[in-house]
Design a protein around this ligand. Structure first.
Ligand SMILES: Cc1cc2nc3c(=O)[nH]c(=O)nc-3n(C[C@H](O)[C@H](O)[C@H](O)COP(=O)(O)OP(=O)(O)OC[C@H]3O[C@@H](n4cnc5c(N)ncnc54)[C@H](O)[C@@H]3O)c2cc1C
Length: 297
């Protein structure tokens, strides 16, 4: 997998499968991440991504685990990078570090304001929007595959869906190769988003992001954070599970399976799973999708 470029992989007929990790903050969490990395090898993801948090410490943690996932587990690794708190020169340095580590794909993001702040403030010598980061990466790392974030239900700060879509187009025009979406539980949002994007000339692959929820409070929290709609049928089903984690997981999995099935049947280029560093739901979902003939690997 390592030798095939992501752009090449996106061009093939077989649907993409990718998973997202976050850098752990404790020894126990690090062990869980590495265990999951090992267990998910059985499903041969096309790439794994690793998020980038606010503040300087994640700079080293994202790189550390990106390197480990690449070197020890042979994954195609896409570290995320955000503009938060970084000058342009620092961002160039981080991009160089990724490049020197052998990583050839980056998820380019603006990032959220740090905790406790409501508005994004760029570093005085930094970048204001993700399209500027895409431009910068293109300048310093010409053979890098660049992913950007897309919001089927509109980015929370955007004044309208249409304005947000035009801003998404800026990222693609700056050189992004594909879009990964914010999580959603209602496929109709994704299909409408893809259609609207195509209408304004956004022609890169739009990889749907799915999360397998396990409880109503968790689903509500994620929907609130990302501005996603929580379908009442899902909310009601999760409510019946109450504190029963196993039942909640089963309900979340069944919902994700039905979402994934419809997305792939109707032509989505693959799936990106927000796995929260856990194996079981993602592995079960992939197993079911394989049994249903959606993935052959
Ligand atoms: C797939 C995915 C992965 C993510 N990973 C991380 C992560 O690792 N770490 C993290 O901290 N966050 C992550 N996020 C969250 C993301 O950082 C936030 O949603 C953030 O608020 C916006 O980032 P962006 O790159 O989409 O910003 P942008 O594309 O810059 O958009 C931000 C806002 O500004 C508007 N806008 C964009 N460009 C312009 C412009 N040129 N002029 C005027 N307005 C503009 C947009 O409409 C939008 O409202 C992720 C999101 C997604 C979808």
């Amino acid at each position: 997998m390592k030798d095939e470029s992501l752009q090449h992989r996106f061009a093939s007929d077989e649907p993409i499968f990718s998973i997202e990790f976050f850098p752990p903050k404790s020894e126990a969490a690090a062990k869980q991440l590495l265990r999951t990395a090992e267990e998910m090898q059985a499903f041969d993801p096309d790439f794994v991504s690793i998020t980038y948090g606010a503040g300087g410490s994640t700079r080293s943690r994202t790189l550390k685990y990106a390197r480990q996932l690449y070197e020890d587990y042979n994954y195609t690794v896409m570290p995320h990078l955000t503009c938060v708190g970084h000058s342009r020169d620092e961002l160039i340095g981080i991009v160089r570090d990724f490049k020197e580590a052998g990583l050839r794909q980056i998820m380019a993001l603006r990032g959220d304001p740090p905790k406790g702040e409501t508005d994004f403030k760029a570093h005085p010598d930094g970048l204001h929007y993700a399209n500027e980061l895409v431009e910068l990466i293109r300048e310093y790392f010409t053979d890098c595959a660049i992913g950007v974030g897309g919001y089927p239900e509109k980015h929370l700060e955007a004044p309208s869906f249409e304005v947000d879509l035009l801003n998404l187009k800026r990222k693609v025009d700056a050189g992004a190769h594909f879009i990964t979406t914010q999580l959603f539980f209602d496929n109709s949002c994704y299909f409408a988003f893809v259609e609207a994007a195509r209408e304004i000339g956004i022609n890169v692959p739009i990889l749907p992001g799915l999360m397998m929820t396990s409880s109503l409070p968790q689903a509500q929290r994620f929907c609130e954070m990302g501005g996603s709609f929580l379908p009442p049928e899902l909310a009601d089903a999760l409510e019946t599970a109450g504190e029963d984690k196993e039942k909640g997981t089963e309900i979340g999995l069944e919902w994700s399976f039905q979402q994934a099935r419809e997305l792939l049947e109707k032509g989505a280029p693959g799936l990106h799973l927000y796995i929260l560093n856990r194996t079981k739901p993602a592995a079960t979902l992939m197993q079911r999708l394989k049994s249903a003939g959606f993935y052959t690997a």
